[in-house]
Ligand binder design. Sequence first.
Ligand SMILES: [Zn+2]
Length: 418
Amino acid sequence: MDTPLPARPRLPIRARLATTIGGAAATVSKLAGRGDGSVIGGIIGLRLEPDLLSLLAAGRQVILVTGTNGKTTTTRLITAALSATGQKIASNVYGANMEAGLTSALSRELDAPLAVLETDEKYIPAMIKATQPKVVVLLNLSRDQMDRAAEIWMLARRWREALAASDCLVVANADDPLVAWAASAARSVSWVAAGQRWREDSWCCPHCGAHLVRHGDDWGCRECGNQRPPVRWTLSSGKVIDPGGRVQSLDLALPGRANASNAVVALAVAEAFGVDADGALVQMRGVTSVAGRYTQVQRRGTEIRLLLAKNPAGWLEALDVMVPAPVPVLLAVNAQSPDGRDTSWLWDVDYRRLRGRPVLVGGERRMDLAVRLEADDVAFQLVDGIDHAIDLARSPRLEVLANYTAFQQYRAVLGRTE
Ligand SMILES: [Zn+2]
């Protein structure tokens, strides 16, 4: 276990003022019912002191967590694992993951020596500069919303440059060639075989552009020799293989392969803080839901489970996690700006596994999804809202998969639950 940190340096007076005023604004916003106030508090604090994030991060051990999918859950699992250190931990638990959200998370826990911060993938270079992290976690990189493949490559290049200039430890998924390429520029990397469910954005070598050759999880480029690095931690059939070759069951409360790989990543981070796998797993098994995701809610006699996924890779993972037929499924899609206005990503998901089970389709863009399901020969019924879905499902259980704002709308109806 690491020795306790020395007392954190006192903040300069303007930063203290900015923190206080930002915190007050957050409280007012929260009382007014506008979410948890973390963004508004951070924005106001940064207006008053543009270096507030750097000042708040100074003297702490910061962990930044990024990737297209799994950031929020992995952040939660790392926080749980590190609670075994007995130290106080700051974290942006509600997923506000840009500069203001990070600033607010740190200002709420001024005396926490550790900080686990989910970070938007586009902001990672700037956040590395501002927070001088001890560890950066790179989960995966694929298209989100309206991104195109070229933008994903650009992003990987920017990660790579930022990591080359930092002396942090990188915990990276070796199974994602784009992530591996970005991470390989770092001074030290703990490689994790966390799997890659979504491969459509990584058929080409990020280094030279040639076609990648794949055998199972292994990948390599014949042109430039770029290849999957040797891994330290492996997820294999729901079990983790640690650096010493010991095999252990994860036995998480959170469902699915995606969460199992998030947990193995968290174990690699815990190792860097002197927490062994046994100690970390005990804590991570206590995580049952993350910001309302995977929550089970009772409504009018139906047990409803909520799954959130925002992009094709996330939808594929979520379809894997679902309770099998005959339990009915409600799929809901919106296209408000947080979701991305373009719904063409729906065509990147294979829905054929839903054939033969009751499927309900909701959300503001349900017609877009309906057209897509017809193309895959999946029978469905359209619904207006969650209660209509419960009426039509007539089942003791209902699985709900929704994208971002559709998920928030259902959660509001069902009551905010953790
Ligand atoms: Zn190559």
